[in-house]
Design a protein around this ligand. Sequence first.
Ligand code: ADP
Ligand code: MG
Length: 310
Amino acid sequence: MKKIVIALGGNALGNTPYEQLELVRETAKPIVDLIQDGNEVVIAHGNGPQVGMINLGLATAARTGSIKSDMPFPECGAMSQGYIGYHLQNAIGNELKSRGMDKEVCTIVTQVLVDEKDPAFQNPTKPVGGFYDKDVAEKIMREKGYKMVEDAGRGYRRVVPSPRPIDVVEKKTVENLIKAGNVVITVGGGGIPVVLRDGYLYGTPAVIDKDYASEKLAELIDADMLIILTAVEKVAINYKKENEQWLSSMTPDQAKAYAKEGQFAPGSMLPKVNACVEFAESKKGRVALITSLDKALQALNGETGTRIQM
Ligand code: ADP
Ligand code: MG
């Protein structure tokens, strides 16, 4: 039996709540395959479109006076964890039941500690919410203190920092729930970013990369494996070029060398490879795997996927 942290990518959830409810039924199958195979499974997931929708929807409703207030960004993250968690609980629960497996699925609204001194706070880069014209953007910046930047001629958009995760606040709860035999959904959207001030935690508007947060969680709960499930079955070098080559395995050193050559796109594959390198290097025997959602069990059995291991 292995303790596995699975990180689900955007393709596991789709772009609207209706699409998501459909898709998660498919997403549940490869996850339950891993559980049926006898593994302890913890599930993390992204939340880009979901948190964007909640944030923009409520900001728009507030601007037109339909509701009294917009929703602060950490609260939007919490809301997204809740409803994505519900969909996953429902779908994985139904799939377990259909296979006669007696297990419960639960979601932990999860806070993830970040450092206010992280250089990311000096240079917010992650765009969130809607596009505004210059006048409205200037008004929002004045009233809200947001940083907004011009986005490739499409208008002004708010940017927030993307700091590295340091700790998962609810990690002991997660461990206890796993030990008790439950399937746990946690660090959704990379977690709700919190900072420590005078011994207290406070939510902060930021976005933590879900691949990095999943890696941190995997280390903290002493997982054997980190499996990042995305839209591609393997990692490639010379991706989308005529000399493209799909990789079955990499050592952390090889992965770092490829990353240095610029083989992995910064906004998509690079954080996954970096997260896998960190996990593989964190302790002897730890294995990280990148593969597609539908190939999870085959990849675990060594038949496909890209393995990163010392
Ligand atoms: P997720 O929502 O799962 O985080 P991303 O779109 O952020 O998905 O990252 C996965 C994508 O990275 C793949 O679908 C692929 O298009 C892209 N990608 C970039 N570079 C590579 C590479 N070297 N090998 C494989 N895929 C790559
Ligand atoms: Mg991504």
